[in-house]
Design a binder for this molecule. Structure first.
Ligand SMILES: NC(=O)c1ccc[n+]([C@@H]2O[C@H](COP(=O)([O-])OP(=O)(O)OC[C@H]3O[C@@H](n4cnc5c(N)ncnc54)[C@H](OP(=O)(O)O)[C@@H]3O)[C@@H](O)[C@H]2O)c1
Length: 330
């Protein structure tokens, strides 16, 4: 517990003894419940949450957890207590990432897990960045120099795929963004990307645009199998997701006869260790602040609507990402 002389807590004492957070119920719903307030450790700061974004992966994990589980990876907000070791001072606008529990009125987080947000960037839009942007940027970085190189991105109307297509474009690549919907539906979202291909009946529609130096696959299944036949001899396929299926059958001979192509996995949560995700978030925030990257906000709602929004995201009733408002910026 914080001491009674704690400057941030005293005026808020009653409010913070219990705070509200999204929890899972026995029947698998997401509801807002009461939980103990977070007490930061030495290396952690305390953030009043303004907005969070919702990701497919965390929703699927929440469904698999017991009642009382607290999901939530991405958040943005205002620092209300500086970490004992330093870092962003009280009043700083930040975006950050946690392994669980970010869908709450207050979050505690290591200083290495946040990046500062400049005034010209909205806290709702910046909340879309963490897990999807970090995964996408990690995958693009794995592709090496991309100027005028051909890159294929699958699931490009979703969070990770959108950021991967845009970041590879920013890196100078000639990107083919693959979507399941009619391409025209995604034209605004993916403005700036060289080609949008609708693969409603399979990835074959993208073959003529290749071969590709880099494939960033968010789908797995047959899409991954097909994508691995579209690489250049030294091309790389980075697999990050399994929205279609976690099982793929690979024509091994066709793959190795391509030459020296590689298949590489990537998991963004590893960024929560080591240097932390703050460094990567800083790069993404810079791109938003300079207008080179747009936040793919497809839906904004109050967090009371979490269960409905979660169902909409899993059912893909909108493109881009969902943002939930939790608090208000003063
Ligand atoms: N490796 C990591 O560290 C990491 C990090 C984050 C996410 N992920 C994984 O990456 C994947 C994407 O996550 P996300 O948050 O970007 O999901 P998302 O926002 O829900 O996007 C899903 C995308 O997949 C498309 N899609 C859905 N079902 C499909 C199907 N059966 N066939 C073809 N396309 C389909 C959607 O197209 P429509 O718009 O047409 O529905 C959309 O473009 C998930 O598997 C997630 O678990 C991995």
């Amino acid at each position: 517990m914080a001491s009674s002389s704690d400057p941030w807590r005293n005026p808020l004492q009653q409010e913070l003894d219990r705070m509200r957070a999204v929890v899972t119920t026995e029947s698998g719903e997401l509801v807002i419940g009461e939980v103990p307030y977070p007490e930061p450790e030495q290396h952690q700061l305390l953030v009043k949450t303004i907005a969070v974004s919702v990701n497919r992966g965390e929703l699927l994990r929440a469904q698999a957890e017991k009642a009382g589980f607290r999901p939530g990876w991405d958040f943005s907000g205002i620092v209300v207590r500086q970490a004992a070791i330093g870092g962003p001072p009280v009043g700083s606008r930040v975006v950050g990432m946690r392994a669980i529990g970010a869908w709450a009125e207050y979050v505690r987080v290591p200083v290495t897990s946040v990046a500062l947000v400049p005034p010209e960037v909205g806290l709702e839009e910046v909340s879309t960045l963490p897990i999807a942007g970090i995964t996408a940027l990690g995958a693009v970085d794995l592709g090496g120099p991309l100027i005028a190189r051909k890159v294929l991105v699958t699931g490009a109307s979703g969070g990770v795929g959108y950021f991967a297509a845009m970041l590879a474009t920013i890196a100078g690549a000639r990107v083919t963004a693959v979507v399941r919907r009619p391409a025209a539906e995604c034209a605004d979202l993916l403005a700036g990307v060289e080609t949008i291909v609708s693969a409603s009946s399979g990835l074959e529609a993208a073959r003529s645009g290749g071969p590709y130096e880099l494939v960033i696959d968010t789908l797995g299944g047959q899409t991954l199998s097909d994508a691995m036949t579209m690489l250049t001899p030294f091309g790389k396929c980075v697999t990050v997701g399994v929205t279609e299926s976690s099982h793929s059958t690979i024509d091994v001979e066709r793959f190795f006869m391509t030459g020296n192509a590689t298949l590489q996995g990537l998991v963004a949560m590893r960024d929560l260790r080591g240097d932390g995700p703050g460094i990567t978030l800083e790069r993404l925030v810079h791109l938003l602040a300079t207008g080179r990257l747009r936040a793919p906000v497809g839906k904004v709602a109050d967090w009371e609507a979490i269960d409905e929004v979660a169902r909409g995201l899993i059912d893909r009733s909108f493109i881009g990402k969902a943002v939930l408002r939790i608090g208000q910026e003063d």
